[in-house]
Design a protein around this ligand. Structure first.
Ligand code: WQD
Length: 340
């Protein structure tokens, strides 16, 4: 079977992608340095897929230990998730973000050339669109003017990959720009498990539901939107993971070069609509207040998804209700885990 190396494969999106890849018949090798994930995720993935995996506790910034993976396995393609991903943390620790995210992709590019690997999928983000574009964002919308070092690392890496492709014209590179990945696998066995206090809306809400936080603060309700709260394109993490399988299948016969795709639903949902969806799933309300705007928030951000639909035959299927119910199930499960 063709072996796919998934770096950051025990992380939130990585673990869901490993599950979808396995279901699609790919043999997956996992690398993760466990800086923002747990080894227990490996056995949970196996419980879902009934398969075992070659796992390497490796930091992709470390060339020699990462190289061993390629010496021990015939890798056909790489999906690179490994990297730091907190917007707020990146503002506090820019050096960590630039060194980690840039160094790891440099290591991967070196090893791609040394081991004659032809396919790379890179985990990018809608944050590269910054404030220059009007939604719905297309892949040709202007990028740059990022509002934080995390976004800049994604933008810089996209440029690095274009240069890499120009210098290595036999390589296929797919850049996937994620909108807002949320939710959890239907089994309740894997989901988002952030270190520390989450900045993102969904994990904060599930933290309020589990009693970890007293209430949700909605950052501003005076935006020029349907109900005054910000609008985002939330996409279920299992749909997002499926998008990676579609990208890999596309690369079997695509031409060499760089392709960019948005992975979103094409639908905008406001913060208040998310709160309403959670309360509908719960069957009761939960504690929230309206607070001041959060610096750097775009009022509206959602995807034009036509390109992924036409070229990858990718279309997100799950609803905002599915995202909420799966988040609640995961939070219940993780509480049981921490109690056991
Ligand atoms: C969504 C909305 C907040 C928390 C993030 C990351 C980035 C990217 C996409 C991958 C905003 C509001 C939030 C809270 C709130 N992911 N909110 N109270 O900022 O769109 O982008 O996901 O690359 O990593 O930047 O997501 O979930 O932080 O915020 O009112 O306690 O929820 O103001 O309008 P965001 P988010």
């Amino acid at each position: 079977m063709t072996k796919v190396l998934v770096t950051g494969g025990l992380g939130y999106i990585g673990s869901h992608t490993v599950v979808e890849l396995s279901s699609a018949g790919y043999e997956v090798v996992i690398a993760d340095n466990l800086s923002n994930s747990k080894l227990s995720v490996l056995e949970r993935i196996s419980k879902i897929t009934n398969q075992t995996y070659e796992f390497y506790n490796v930091d992709c910034c470390d060339y020699s230990s990462t190289k061993e993976i390629f010496e021990k396995n015939k890798i056909d393609s790489i999906i690179h998730f490994a990297g730091l991903k907190s917007v707020s943390e990146s503002i506090q620790k820019p050096i960590d973000y630039y060194s980690n995210n840039i160094e790891s992709i440099i290591t991967i590019q070196r090893l791609i050339c040394e081991h004659n690997i032809s396919k790379l999928i890179f985990s990018s983000s809608a944050t590269v669109y910054g404030e220059l574009s009007d939604p719905p964002f297309t892949e040709d919308s202007p990028t740059g003017a990022c509002t934080n070092p995390y976004g800049w690392t994604k933008w810089m890496i996209e440029q690095m990959l274009r240069d890499f492709s120009n210098a290595n014209n036999d390589k296929k590179v797919v850049i996937l720009r994620y909108f807002n990945p949320v939710g959890a696998h239907d089994s309740g066995l894997i989901g988002e498990d952030p270190n520390g206090i989450p900045n993102n809306l969904f994990p904060y809400i599930t933290g309020v539901l589990s009693g970890k936080y007293e209430k949700l603060t909605i950052y501003g309700d005076d935006y020029d939107t349907i109900d005054g709260t910000c609008i985002r394109d939330y996409i279920h993490v299992c749909d997002l993971a499926q998008g990676h399988v579609k990208a890999l299948q596309y690369m079997q016969n695509s031409r060499a070069g760089v392709d960019v795709f948005n992975l979103g639903t094409g639908r905008g949902t406001s913060v208040k609509q998310v709160v309403d969806a959670f309360e509908k799933s719960l069957g009761h309300s939960f504690n929230y207040e309206i607070g001041p705007r959060r610096e750097g928030d775009l009022p509206v951000a959602y995807a034009n998804t036509l390109k992924a639909k036409e070229i990858l035959q990718f279309c997100a299927k799950r609803s905002i209700d599915d995202m909420c119910t799966s988040s609640i199930k995961w939070q219940t499960e993780i509480n049981e885990i921490t109690h056991d």
